[in-house]
Design a protein around this ligand. Structure first.
Ligand code: FSA
Length: 436
């Protein structure tokens, strides 16, 4: 406990999901807030973080072995923790399809949820007919959902993502956490003690130096561009569009569950301003460049994110417009020709096996990596930081240590997805200002 009072921690990317959660759990565990420094290019909630979004999906997933424990812990905190509760819209989620193969997979997934013996039979239901679907999703017509089947869960819904990170930021500020943004908060390189092995700080691009006992690299999709991760993470963009509804239209969609169909995409209940977010589903877009992250002996071919925050005229590829329109036609046929009021890309970073990468760097003591979200980590905002702090303190449970360890090899370009990511260089339409 006394070590907690005096240990200084720097969180690189502290304005995003994993970083802000770490700051919160350091405070909750008794670390002295003024010994915690959050560095980020943008103020918390960092506008280039994937978590800087209207909404993200909450549901229990079983993609990796850690998912069940982590999503149950998260669900409990989204429901009960006073800091997080206001941001969980527990409207349910409908995972559906009308294609035989996908329906079989969904059924297996439903069965797997029941088989984990966590009482999920009380909150998960198989909807097998149009009438059963309409009883949960009044926004659809019977004609529209012909042949659809799927899994309806009460354990899901949407998270007001950016607002939840903002709440952590406000709490951290009120407690006295230190913040540095802009050039003063943008990582340049780690700093080492005389042994050249013990990391004891960070230099940022304006030349400022910050010193600490532990440095946590939680820069999300930017992490592999900052520190050489030996190909373990490949950063990819996913895309989103917003539709503005009138208040009357929005009222018709109030409290509807998140609807997700892997062949089309997904959409969310309109927010308080009547904005519906619609996404397609695909294996992501890379942006490979020659780039030399810290620790690499020479420049490498690395997928380097380019944020909407730094490049506000960027949108998404023409191909995404087609597939998002297809999702709108499927889910919201009445809005099929409605203009999009916002189009953007959002950057995540995949590992080969979709497990997070949360470990001490094998070469450098006290430099801790917390990245490899694999596109499914926002839902763990309330609890992931607890495990990052446990890793830092050497008390992380053995199975999580093992899933999240340093593990070069494997194919993070494809990851566990249907196909490898395509590169933005081959996808016209997203870049609108040649000067940027
Ligand atoms: O089930 C989920 O929690 C969906 S995460 C949303 C998403 O856009 C993915 O659909 C996409 O494949 C990528 O992982 C980014 O996140």
């Amino acid at each position: 406990a006394s070590a907690r009072k005096t240990t200084k921690v720097i969180i690189v990317g502290g304005g995003g999901t994993l970083g802000s959660s770490t700051a919160l759990h350091l405070i909750r565990r008794g670390y002295t807030p003024s010994n915690i420094t959050i560095l980020d290019t943008y103020p918390i909630p960092s506008s280039q973080s994937a978590g800087h979004d209207l909404n993200k999906i909450m549901s229990i997933r079983l993609r990796t072995k850690a998912d069940l424990q982590l999503s149950l812990e998260a669900l409990d905190m989204w429901k009960h923790d006073p800091l997080f509760k206001p941001f969980f819209h527990n409207v349910g989620m409908f995972d559906c399809s009308s294609e035989a193969e996908n329906i079989t997979e969904l059924r297996e997934y439903y069965q797997a949820l029941i088989d984990v013996n966590a009482g999920l039979d009380k909150t998960n239901f198989w909807l097998d007919s149009e009438d059963e679907i309409l009883s949960k999703l009044s926004c659809f017509t019977k004609e529209q959902v012909k042949g659809w089947k799927g899994l309806f869960t009460l354990d899901g819904g949407w998270l007001a993502a950016s607002k939840a990170i903002n709440a952590i930021g406000l709490f951290a500020k009120s407690q006295g956490v230190q913040f540095e943004f802009g050039e003063a908060g943008t990582f340049k390189r780690p700093l080492f003690a005389d042994d050249e092995v013990t990391c004891h700080g960070v230099e940022t691009i304006n030349g400022s130096k910050y010193f600490a006992d532990k440095v946590i690299m939680a820069a999300g999709a930017w992490t592999p561009t900052l520190i050489d991760l030996e190909g373990q993470c490949v950063s990819k963009a996913w895309v989103l569009a917003h539709i503005q509804l009138t208040p009357e239209e929005a009222a018709a969609y109030k409290n509807i569950p998140v609807v997700y169909d892997g062949s089309y995409g997904f959409f969310f209940e309109p927010n308080e301003d009547g904005i519906i977010k619609v996404c397609d589903e695909f294996p992501g877009f890379t942006r490979f460049k020659t780039h030399q992250p810290y620790g690499a002996g020479e420049p490498k071919c690395i997928s380097v994110p380019r944020s909407h925050a730094s490049h506000p005229t960027d949108t998404y590829p023409d191909a995404s417009e087609v597939s998002i329109r297809k999702a709108v036609a499927r889910f919201l046929p009445g809005l099929k020709d409605r203009p999009f009021v916002n189009r953007a890309m959002c950057w995540c970073t995949d590992t080969a096996d979709s497990n997070l990468l949360i470990c001490e760097h094998p070469k450098w003591k006290n430099l801790i990596l917390a990245t490899g979200d694999s596109g499914h980590s926002f839902k763990m905002l309330p609890n992931i930081g607890k495990h990052i702090v446990e890793l830092m303190e050497g008390t992380l449970q053995q199975d999580l240590l093992n899933y999240w360890k340093w593990r070069p090899g494997g194919d993070a370009l494809k990851s566990t997805r249907a196909a490898p990511a395509e590169d933005l260089a081959d996808m016209p339409g997203w870049k609108h200002d040649a000067r940027l």
